[in-house]
Design a binder for this molecule. Sequence first.
Ligand code: FES
Length: 148
Amino acid sequence: MEYSDKVMDHFMNPRNVGEITDASASGMVGNAKCGDIMKVDLKIENGIIVDAKFKTFGCGSAIATSSMATEMIKGKTLDEALELTNKAVAEALDGLPPIKMHCSLLAEQAVKAALKQYYDKNGLMNESNKHLFDMLEDDAHDHGEDQH
Ligand code: FES
């Protein structure tokens, strides 16, 4: 399997690993395919993501995509961060092997889960932005279910 230099770089030297103790919001998601989990903490000030950190119990591709995703959302508005797709993250890494694309979903979902918590907490969820969180529904039921 071939990994791009950028994937290798973000895997070997991941950016933004850790936790934010006074995070504005956190998101934790699991990947139904492999059982790996991802947590993202966001620090939000005046509608801007000023810091993002992640912790994962996931594979190298999950680490590389989370590293890139957290880099990409820093300095962005909440709406801009919500538009970040796993595809865009994979492209920024010069691609991922197709069978590893599901790993990149962890990063996107964890960011969205954290944003959802923030939107819920601050009454920002409304009819026009609700659909942006739809993709969280799929895996939401898989939490805490039997491990094989
Ligand atoms: Fe589980 Fe990649 S194999 S996140």
